[in-house]
Design a protein around this ligand. Sequence first.
Ligand code: APR
Length: 278
Amino acid sequence: MEGLIKQAAKDIAERKYAIALTGAGMSTESSIPDFRGPKGIWTTNKKAEAEAYEIYGLFLKEPKAYWEKMLSSQGIYQRFYEEMRKAKPNTGHYALAELERLGILKYIITQNIDGLHEKAGSRKVLEYHGGIYKLRCTSCGSRFGTEEVSLDELPPRCQCGGILKHDVVHFKEPIPSDVREESEEEVLRSDLMLICGTSAVVYPFAELPIMARFGSGRLASSLYATGHKTNVKILEVNAEPTSLTQEGVSDYLIQGKTGEVLPRIVEEVKRIYSPFAT
Ligand code: APR
């Protein structure tokens, strides 16, 4: 592991535009369960997973019933979001915030809705699946802090008349176009991608590492066809190998806990970066 930590720190320190892609594995050390790990929410509760695939359809058909379900104290959502609001960032979140402070990490694209990257001090964070602290208008796309919107009348409405929902992106719900465009821009601008705590099985997020590996559009097809790859460095920090590891999309996997591995990488980066590095 030590050798890989040093390699990762060297790769990160040498590159010009490093970004991080993160998933639920970042927050398990903040006592927020992941989804597909051994004790994941979907691993242990198939009924909840099946329901999660239907909730967006309910919003489209009966937005009032959607809101009643989301706010019901019996439902999984209210409890899950409550847990997240109480959670604290862990050493993995702080490590990525430090990398941003050093001017090395340019962006985090996270699948997590818990807001822990921002709580740890990261500023450039894109919530690919939205977040629990905002509501979004499904007509004009405006976003509001949850505390700005009254829920006395359901469903809540935007000034434009559109219906508001949680900013959280449910299964089958399209990723908002502003988020999709910004994330793809950042991926194509990056020369190093640090992928932390994600099984990378949920699309379209899972396309982002593929885009980094093979480019996009015509470039992708020709690189794919000739089996060539871009020169983007793709590193994984994850408790277990993923399809990105197995399919050679990532250059290497540092197998371990993000809360332990990321701080060690940052320490090594600071050692290399320090003006008196030997
Ligand atoms: N350190 C490193 N890796 C970890 C840790 C940890 N402390 N804890 C868990 N992991 C790993 C798990 O082994 C798993 O490979 O993180 C990965 C988490 O994968 P998932 O549970 O599938 O979470 P994620 O990839 O974020 O899911 C993507 O699925 O349900 C949807 O919208 C939801 O955003 C979520 C999306």
